[in-house]
Design a protein around this ligand. Structure first.
Ligand code: PLP
Length: 400
């Protein structure tokens, strides 16, 4: 079968030759294989955007926080963004550069700790701003920002739309009217999800129209454009992004910050699973039980939902043998989908899932007593190294 016939979305960019060189026999499944060279390729693209615009780029830890890779990522990016105290701590301990945090709300306890370890703290409401004002006034070396809701986004799925009418994220422009904003140094918005720079262009128009007067305030030093920029995807228009950032900086004279999660580790990881049983079914599609689970290891398959790409597998019926792939849990919906293969699958065979570094390890759980996949590192030389292995203890320790 030629590479062309393999079912791969246009922007899935795994280097198939390298994937095929992977010595699958060496891997204990289920496992993630992080492709260090692909990660570095992404980082070089991000570094080129920084160089050409002078913007700052942060790793959004929400999407990828395998800190084994922080020393590498640190060489290219300026810091991390965190969504809560634990991500902020992880960034402080392991990344050691700038820590920017945005959370929908902070408890008093967390806010006090965040003051000690953050560079930027972004607030989501005026009630929190008023509540923490006395502490903010005394804080040294911390800058504060507010998140705005531009009320414009092109995300169709409500689950992922932070700019919807009912969204709890950000302040709408009317809420800023006549407010004292002198304590803040920055403005943050985040309304993109897996988008190209033409969407950012349209978003910026709305942001400028609704919030231009606030962005222009002399105390505002930076504007954070959030994440969702799919910068490292092969059809992403980097030139347009560079122009947009440079034009914005020229017009407002403010620092621009981007905080992508996906783009950092896009197509830089695989999930390898083994077939543990094949069950003949009367409804025409045989069921394969894998040692990986949608609900434990790739919950976005169910939540989003989406259909992951599997090397050498196609849409159902396209190749000779179609199977329904299911996980080892007792959740009926723990199904990855129907896929077809050229040859019949056999017990013990390994399947390779693409683009599995992002929003996977960070979302793992041990529901139903299913173990966490090991993490391996894969390097240019073909070298495979175990980064981390998990066991029964990791399951038990979370429960009592
Ligand atoms: C999720 C999130 C990001 C990262 O988004 P990606 O889609 O992974 O690039 C960045 N900033 C904020 C505030 C987020 O919620």
């Amino acid at each position: 079968m030629s590479d062309k016939e393999i079912f791969i979305p246009p922007w899935e960019m795994h280097d198939l030759k390298r994937v095929r060189k992977l010595n699958l026999n060496k891997l204990e499944t289920p496992c993630y294989v992080v492709d260090e060279d692909s990660l570095e390729r992404n980082l070089k693209i991000l570094a080129s955007v920084k160089k050409r615009t002078g913007c700052k780029i942060l790793l959004a830890q929400k999407g990828f926080s395998s800190f084994h890779y922080y020393p590498l990522i640190r060489k290219y990016l300026d810091g991390v963004c965190a969504s809560g105290i634990f991500e902020a701590k992880l960034g402080r301990e392991e990344f050691k550069k700038e820590i920017h945090i945005y959370g929908p709300a902070y408890s008093d306890k967390d806010f006090n700790q965040l003051l000690k370890i953050s560079d930027h703290i972004i607030l989501n409401s005026f009630s929190q701003l008023e509540r923490f004002k006395p502490l903010m006034k005394k804080a040294k070396n911390v800058e504060f920002g507010i998140r705005i809701n531009p009320e414009y986004s092109e995300i169709e799925c409500d689950m992922y739309n932070p700019a919807g009418k009912m969204s709890r994220f950000g302040l709408k422009s009317y809420e800023l009217k006549d407010k004292d904003l002198s304590i803040i140094s920055g403005i943050h918005f985040h309304v993109l999800c897996e988008e190209n720079s033409d969407t950012l262009e349209r978003v910026l128009k709305h942001v400028e129209e609704k919030f231009g007067e606030y962005i222009s305030l002399p105390n505002i030093k930076w504007v954070n454009f959030g994440g969702g920029h799919h910068i490292t995807r092969n059809d992403y228009d980097v030139e347009k992004l560079v122009t947009l950032v440079n034009d914005f900086k020229k017009k407002y004279k403010k620092q621009v910050i981007l905080e992508p999660g996906e783009a950092v580790a896009l197509n830089a990881g695989l999930l390898v699973a083994s077939v543990i049983d094949i069950k003949k079914m009367s409804f025409g599609v045989d069921v394969v039980i894998l040692d990986m689970s949608a609900s434990n290891h790739v919950p976005d398959v169910i939540e989003m939902p989406y259909r992951p790409t599997i090397i050498e597998a196609s849409a159902p019926g396209k190749q000779k043998f179609t199977y329904r792939l299911g996980g080892p849990t007792c959740l009926s919906g723990d199904v990855i989908g129907d896929y077809s293969f050229e040859k019949p699958l056999v017990v013990g065979q390994k399947l390779i899932f693409c683009n599995m570094a992002i929003y996977t390890m960070v979302k793992n759980n041990t529901f139903n007593g299913v173990g966490l996949p090991s993490i391996y590192n894969y390097k240019k030389s073909g070298q495979i190294k175990l980064v981390k292995k998990f066991g029964y203890k990791d399951f038990k320790e979370r429960l009592g």
